[in-house]
Structure formats: C-alpha cells, structure tokens
Ligand binder design. Structure first.
Ligand code: SAM
Length: 224
C-alpha cells in the first residue's frame, strides 16, 4: 500500500511511473553512450534527447521523501528538477497533508527549463488538485532560484549532476537548521558528485548514502 492514501493521485502517479519506466531502456542506451563512446553526445544533442523523457524519481524514493516531509512537517520545499511533475506531486501531497493536519500553509517551489515539460507538469498538478501548493518556476534554475522567501525545510535534488552543486549553493542560505536535503544516484555517480560532496563538507552538512537503487543521499543542515 502506498503512503499517499489518495486513490486519484495514486492512479495518476501509477500512469506517470509507467511512462517513465517505459523510457528506461532508451535512457540506459543513452547513459552508455555518454560514458563508452570516444565522442559523448554534444550538450545540444543530449538536451534534445532528454527533452521528452520523464526520468521520474523511483516510486520508493518518492514515497520516502513524502514520509520525511510529513515527519518534519515541511511547509517550504524546494525541488531541483521537476520534469513532468512526478516527485512534485509526492512533495505537494505531503504539504497538503501537513496543512490539513495542523493548519497554516505551505509550498513546493519547482524548477524546470523545458517548456513542454513545465506545461505537462502544470496539467498534472491541476488534475491532482494540488496546484495551490506548487510554485513552478520555469527557466534555468540559476535564475529562477534567486528569490526564495522564508526558511526551507526540505530540498530534493533530482537534476543533471553538473547542476546539483549550483542548486545547493543557491538554496543553502535559506535552509533552516535541521533541514533535509535528498539527492539521487549519489552512489552510482559518486565521482561526478565530487564538487557537491565538497560543498556539503565545507558547509556544515552531515550526510549519509542510503541503500536505495543507485544510492540516495540524505544530508542534514547542521551549524558549521
Ligand atoms: C531527473 S529530471 C527530474 C525528475 C523529477 N524530479 C520527477 O521525479 O519527475 C531532471 C529535470 O531537470 C531539468 N533541468 C535540467 N537542467 C536544468 C536547469 N539548469 N534548470 C532547470 N531545469 C533543469 C530537466 O529538463 C529534467 O526535466
């Protein structure tokens, strides 16, 4: 049984996870071409290939994020990499359920630079009745995250790895003490995350790699 307990949302999510899973073999071939070929795909070619791929966060990782956001009563969440909105839906459901349980308000700030993905994500948010909890910022995250009002309780980093550190640098000044940062595939792509880990180490985070597929990093913002 899912932790979400919202049958309409679960059915929407099931369809989106299926679409993402159906693209997995094409993604694997693409990943192999990045690492095995003498000439990896050019940035423009790679962006074109990825522009219609969901690359959704795995269901167990997304449910784990929902649980963490319920446990710390998250009210302001930043999601790095929205795509078609799969992980956003889990995070927004957690905010909605926190608000229902204890009152107040909350928001998930999402980020996506592909216009077609952002449009599809907005349609999914509407369908799920969760739009009022989501502030989707369309464009390059290095611009769209310049303004963040108020302390951030939770951050999800699910983005091309070169963008992970710039995103963390932008959001860190807004993370409250004890805020949780989750990032995906940190074991599978350890070397590519080197600058991200260096930033965590230099800025008072305590971090551990959890044994989800590919490794899921759980970092806590502590006082340096
Ligand atoms: C791994 S996917 C996110 C998947 C999403 N979290 C989910 O569970 O459905 C990463 C997304 O980040 C977007 N992206 C990559 N670089 C970006 C940038 N510099 N600014 C904003 N979005 C970016 C990509 O277009 C892609 O859709």
């Amino acid at each position: 049984m899912s932790v979400i307990r919202d049958s309409e949302l679960e059915s929407l999510l099931a369809g989106l996870h299926s679409r993402s899973d159906a693209q997995a073999s094409a993604m694997r071939i693409f990943e192999a071409s990045r690492t095995n070929q003498a000439q990896p795909p050019a940035a423009r070619e790679a962006r074109a290939f990825l522009s219609d791929k969901l690359v959704a966060l795995d269901r167990d990782k997304a449910e784990f994020c929902y649980q963490l956001c319920r446990a710390n009563n998250a009210r302001r969440i930043v999601e790095i990499g929205t795509s078609y909105g799969v992980s956003t839906l889990y995070l927004a459901a957690a905010v909605r359920d926190n608000v229902d349980a204890a009152g107040g308000d909350g928001v998930v700030i999402g980020t996506e630079y592909e216009a077609n993905k952002a449009a599809a994500a907005r349609a999914h948010f509407e369908q799920a009745g969760l739009s009022r909890f989501i502030d989707l910022r369309e464009g390059d995250l290095r611009q769209t995250l310049r303004q963040i009002d108020g302390p951030v309780d939770f951050m999800l980093v699910d983005i091309w790895i070169t963008m992970a550190r710039p995103a963390l640098e932008s959001v860190t000044p807004h993370l409250r003490p004890g805020a949780i940062v989750i990032s995906d595939n940190t074991e599978r792509h350890r070397g590519e995350y080197a600058d991200y880990f260096a930033f965590l180490e230099a800025n008072g985070f305590r971090t551990m790699t959890l044994p989800f597929d590919g490794g899921l990093e759980l970092s806590v913002r502590c006082e340096p």
